[in-house]
Design a protein around this ligand. Structure first.
Ligand SMILES: C[S@@+](CC[C@H](N)C(=O)[O-])C[C@H]1O[C@@H](n2cnc3c(N)ncnc32)[C@H](O)[C@@H]1O
Length: 231
């Protein structure tokens, strides 16, 4: 049986997140420019076989580079730094913010070509070996928290204060400053918190097994030209 945090959530929860997100477009706390419709902004990807959870970095990398212009991105709780490394290879300026220093994986799979890629000797990403605090966000446009332990509310707060975008895959509530009310999932609670901080959020799914629902806010990040057209 899948561990609790590895379980895939269903369409009902996704629909609930879309409803919370729609509220963020009707009652923004800080009214910015009109937000594009979420389905137009982040259409579901073309169908392909569901991938194993270990490919979540490749899937998120592809999702990001297809939608955003390269920007300054922090992968908070970024672990081994594979996502930051792949974004860097795509021309993004990246850093991992994680108190536990970990080496890049020696190899990884390109999910588009199927090729195994060896990480070149000497390859590196910038690593800030500290717990995330909102002052660190000053130098970034996009704050990424893929299962970032205890950092979801901090990321939302920092992004609201500084106008950054964020990508969150909330995993567990441990070490967060609030708990979901009874009858509410952690994901709904995070989405609701983000809306109350004035963010326009977009729920989306990546095609891997496990907790694959993300919450996106574009903030000051620029969408790539093909996604501008969808506006
Ligand atoms: C569940 S792992 C996720 C790692 C990676 N993002 C992934 O998806 O595999 C959580 C990571 O958060 C890091 N972490 C824990 N507390 C943190 C904090 N306060 N600030 C930043 N990172 C933190 C841990 O060291 C760990 O690498």
């Amino acid at each position: 049986m899948a561990k609790k945090h590895d379980q895939e959530y269903g369409q009902q929860l996704f629909s609930s997140l879309q409803e919370i997100a729609a509220g963020s477009r009707q009652h923004p706390a800080t009214p910015p420019a009109p937000a594009p419709h979420p389905v137009a902004l982040f259409p579901p990807p073309p169908r392909e076989l569901r991938k194993m959870k270990k490919f979540r970095f490749q899937l998120l990398h592809r999702w990001l580079v297809e939608r955003f212009e390269p920007c300054r991105a922090a992968d908070i709780g970024g672990g081994k730094g594979l996502l930051a490394y792949m974004l860097q290879e795509s021309g993004w300026e990246t850093a991992v913010i994680d108190p536990t220093p970990q080496a890049l994986p020696h190899k990884y799979k390109n999910i588009t070509t199927g090729q195994r890629i060896k990480t070149p000797a000497g390859a590196a990403v910038r690593h800030i070996d500290l717990e995330f605090s909102s002052t660190m966000a000053d130098e970034f446009d996009l704050l990424i928290g893929m299962h970032a332990h205890g950092c979801n509310a901090l990321i939302i707060d920092a992004a609201a204060r500084l106008g950054c975008g964020f990508i969150l895959f909330p995993c567990c509530v441990i070490d967060e400053p609030f708990y979901p009310p009874i009858g509410t999932t952690w994901l709904e609670s995070v989405a609701d918190y983000a809306v109350r901080q004035g963010h326009h959020i977009y729920p989306f799914r990546l095609n891997f097994k496990g907790q694959n629902i993300g919450l996106a806010a574009t903030g000051r990040c620029r969408l790539s030209p093909s996604h501008q057209i969808l506006k």
